[in-house]
Design a protein around this ligand. Structure first.
Ligand code: ZN
Length: 408
């Protein structure tokens, strides 16, 4: 399995200039090639292949208009052509119905918020004995190595994000490792009031470091909206918002990593409802805010399950889970949203709306759990009445952020 590891890098002023040049050259090569293909298409000529584009690039470097392309590593430019090929492949694949539909490749702009260049092994990049990242025609960049790389990467991308930060991103081949088997299974209900509710009754909220980052972002956005358009202070406020955005995204990713790792380590099987189904039931506003977070989180659960030999279930919901008792399975009709707890008329179980939903998610995936925290083996009767619907205290899921973001 291929995993991506990113590290913050701190280029010097001269290196930033060299990187800006590399970003610019990669963009021009991409746009030139895209234009050549589009012109050919408009003229009814055949599609220009990758080999022909490479030849055109080599020829362009010898012209006065494009001579400056020789100032950057040729691998960067070749990789930019590869990116264009990938964009076309995704586009054509979408047209043939093989992939999700994608728009046609678009011209890159200097104003794009994210810029990147890629160096393959051919470029001769390396990590020096002093721990710097040596890039051809750019120099030795200082890297903050926040964790170990599991194996030697062959490719590195250097990315500049919207907040002006630089990252080195390595793709590393990782061998799956099977964790010791455990009997625990869990159903997860992703919600609005709580980030997640587990079928064992645990309610998980966002950790404090994430809520703090979100609060700072909100304040930065308010400050920005009060600044006069076109003013210097507005430009400054905008950079602050971009930085706060970046920090919030980092904090959210860290939280997702910690929680998904914990759930996969502690459980043999994990079930999450299909978010597309869930989204339908939500109001538009809530959906936009939460969808991104949910899908990033479930993606992590899925790849970590594969990596650690665990089972991951994504289940579709055919009927609102609040209508079905997770203890006896009787459907007793819809309940308005403000009803958070009720007693099942059929079996008498006291049910918590959210925990009941999480337990139903697990059951739909064929996992045997009870709604009360006691896990039952398949075929056993539901839990005791006095146990059902208890509310264990929310468990803290964060363990100090100085440990850094672990990939696993
Ligand atoms: Zn019941």
């Amino acid at each position: 399995m291929q995993l991506r590891y990113s590290f913050r890098v701190y280029p010097s002023a001269g290196q930033r200039t060299a990187l800006a040049r590399a970003f610019g050259c990669a963009r021009v090569v991409f746009n030139d090639a895209l234009r050549a293909r589009e012109t050919a298409r408009a003229a009814g000529l055949p599609f220009i292949g990758s080999g022909e584009l490479s030849k055109q690039l080599t020829a362009a470097k010898k012209t006065p208009e494009r001579a400056w392309l020789t100032e950057v590593s040729s691998v960067v430019l070749q990789q930019s052509l590869r990116d264009l090929d990938t964009a076309y492949k995704n586009f054509f694949g979408g047209l043939k119905g093989k992939r999700p539909t994608m728009g046609p490749p678009r011209f890159k702009s200097r104003k794009d918020t994210r810029q990147s260049v890629r160096f393959t092994a051919n470029a001769g990049w390396k990590i020096t004995t002093g721990g710097k990242l040596r890039l051809p025609k750019i120099g030795d960049l200082a890297v903050k190595w926040s964790r170990m790389l599991p194996s030697v990467p062959s490719t590195v991308s250097v990315v500049k994000d919207s907040a002006g930060r630089y990252f080195a991103s390595f793709v590393v081949e990782t061998e799956p490792e099977t964790l010791l088997a455990t009997g625990s299974v869990v159903g997860i209900d992703l919600g609005l009031a709580h980030f997640a509710i587990l079928s064992d009754g645990t309610k998980i909220d966002s950790p404090r470091f994430l809520r703090r980052a979100e609060k700072k972002l909100k304040k930065a956005q308010q400050d920005l909206s009060r600044k006069t358009k076109g003013s210097k202070n507005r430009a400054k406020a905008r950079i602050k918002v971009a930085r706060a955005h970046a920090r919030t995204a980092d904090a959210r990713r860290e939280f997702h990593h910690q929680l998904s790792t914990k759930l996969i380590r502690e459980n043999q099987a994990v079930a999450v409802e299909d978010l597309a189904v869930k989204a339908l039931a939500r109001t538009r506003m809530a959906k936009s805010v939460h969808d991104a977070g949910w899908s990033a989180f479930t993606t992590m659960l899925e790849y970590k399950a594969a990596l650690y030999g665990r089972t991951f279930h994504r289940i579709g919901r055919f009927e609102p889970t609040s209508q079905v008792c997770s203890a006896c399975g009787v459907k007793d009709g819809p309940k308005p949203l403000h009803i958070r707890e009720w007693t099942c008329g059929a079996c008498g179980a006291d049910l918590d709306r959210d925990i009941n939903a999480a337990a139903n998610v697990a059951k739909a995936a064929g996992l045997a759990v009870s709604a009360c925290g006691a896990r039952v083996r398949p075929g056993l009767v539901p839990a005791q009445r006095e146990e059902t619907g208890t509310h264990p205290k929310p468990q803290p899921v964060t363990t100090g952020r100085q440990a850094g973001i672990s990939v696993l």
